[in-house]
Design a protein around this ligand. Structure first.
Ligand code: DUC
Ligand code: ZN
Ligand code: ZN
Length: 465
């Protein structure tokens, strides 16, 4: 049998094992894994590692961010950046603007994304209203239409839901078979600390971190898990930043609860001191939860190594730095309260984990594949079409050069932001080719071809990890 494309010579990695074989691709799918395969096109990949194309299940693109504030990435730049970082699928959040229904928000995001993407895309919903139409009609209909996961917030005025509201939303997830994702930080505690800090004149970017300390996240993590237990649903705690929140998740699992957890590069490489950099530079690192201390890094690593964390995502939430529509928003230099929350990272997530995790011997290639692709597909209803190099799956593959060493540089990245928090960070191991459904979309760090990404309808989560 001849294939459209054959990849030869690579070490082929999946979450369950590693082998040396050819990969035969036909009609955008993996048709054969074997030896001496024939194809119209041959990609010589000796010395390279073939990994499942990255799935980044936590990104924000073209998200409404308040009056006068603009996110740095639209779907063109955001997915270009993702593809250049070895990703083939991203899952951005769909946030309704105030007064917009969930269905209207989905239609607006689809209009912005469709035809403009260099990776495949599917949307998580954000539930900010719990009126009868949202919970009784829109949310169930959207879940049935393949939007099988949604996020709720325990912080941010206007977004945060009360415990009662979270329970009502969880009840819909249970009924419809959707995954609930929780941003776990205690809004009242943050407001108390912010007011107190501002009264004391503690208004620089660093105080974004001091007003969102570990107990704020630990308490909300515990409460979210308890609410899920009461509602009888599994849940995913996103962007876990510290050891105490991680312990809450481990304890819940020991009690037999189904709790999934995600962490991100910023919690193993950045610290709150970065928010204290000279002048206004600390604003570049303002995200929530904030980066912690170096003492927290090994606790997060332990969770990555031992399985507490199922997902390693970027939480790409990009703003420009030198821009009044970004980090330099009106009032941002007066108080940290006005600095838009979030950092860019969709292009650097995988190289950072490969270098810090695989190359430094902390995790295996198989675990890397699991927490950067396979588990994302399983938890969010994309498996087995996505997330693994196996016969029948989409031919979404990243070819990695494990010896390529170069620092992260803003000048080499493809996002819309004007900075990277990891400027100068040395990385060994980079993706050199990204293949989306059989077509090369990145070669040697440069995007290739016109946008061929599609929207993915998803199944219910496969929670039997
Ligand atoms: N939560 C996110 O998930 N991303 C950016 C900001 C935030 O609070
Ligand atoms: Zn969040
Ligand atoms: Zn996020």
């Amino acid at each position: 049998m001849s294939h459209d494309t054959v990849i030869t010579g690579a070490r082929v990695v999946s979450a369950s094992g590693t082998t040396h074989c050819d990969i035969g691709i036909t009609d955008g799918k993996i048709a054969t894994l074997g030896s001496s395969l024939k194809g119209t096109e041959t990609i010589e990949a000796g010395g390279l590692i073939a990994l499942p194309g990255g799935i980044d299940s936590h990104v924000h693109i073209s998200q409404p961010s308040g009056p006068g504030i603009e996110m740095a990435d639209d779907f063109t730049s955001g997915t270009r950046s993702a593809a250049c970082g070895g990703n083939t699928t991203i899952l951005p959040f769909c946030l309704p603007e105030e007064g917009q229904t969930l269905r209207e928000a989905v239609a607006a995001y689809r209009a912005r994304a469709d035809g403009n993407c260099m990776t495949d895309v599917s949307f998580h919903l954000i539930v900010r209203e719990t009126d009868p139409v949202t919970l009784g009609q829109d949310l169930p209909a959207l879940i049935q239409a393949g939007y099988t996961s949604f996020k709720v917030f325990m912080t941010y005025a206007g977004l945060a839901l009360s415990d009662r509201q979270i329970l009502e939303v969880m009840a819909v997830a249970k009924e419809q078979g959707a995954m609930v994702m929780v941003h776990a930080e205690n809004e009242d505690a943050i407001e108390f600390l912010r007011d107190r800090a501002e009264r004391a004149g503690e208004t620089g970017p660093f105080h974004h971190a001091t007003t969102r300390p570990v107990p704020v996240e630990r308490e909300a993590t515990h409460r979210a898990i308890s609410l899920a237990e009461i509602a009888g649903v599994p849940l995913t705690i996103v962007h876990v930043s510290n050891g105490e929140a991680t312990e809450e998740i481990m304890r819940a699992r020991q009690r037999g609860l189904t709790v999934f957890a995600e962490t991100c590069p910023q919690y193993i490489t950045l610290t709150a001191s970065d928010l204290d950099r000279d002048g206004f530079d600390g604003a570049k690192y303002v995200c929530s939860p904030p980066p912690r201390t170096v003492e927290e890094w090994p606790k997060i690593w332990a969770g990555i190594e031992q399985g507490t964390f199922d997902l390693f995502s970027s939480d790409h939430c990009p703003f420009r730095f030198n821009d009044p529509a970004g980090k330099d928003a009106p009032g941002a230099r007066k108080t940290f309260r006005n600095i838009p929350n979030g950092i860019p990272g969709v292009e650097t997530r995988l190289p950072i984990l490969f270098s810090e995790g695989v190359v430094k011997g902390r995790i295996s290639l198989e675990r890397f594949a699991a927490i950067t692709a396979t588990n994302h597909a399983r938890l969010y209803g994309l498996y087995p079409r996505k997330g693994a190099i196996m016969v029948g799956a989409d031919a979404d593959i990243a070819l990695w050069d494990p010896a390529l060493r170069k620092p992260i540089r803003q000048a080499d990245l493809h996002h819309g932001s004007d900075y990277t928090p990891w400027e100068g960070f040395e990385v060994t191991g980079w993706p050199v080719r990204t293949i989306l459904r059989g077509n090369t979309v990145m070669l040697d760090g440069a995007p290739i071809g016109s946008p061929s990404g599609t929207h993915l309808e998803r199944e219910a989560p496969d929670v039997l990890l």
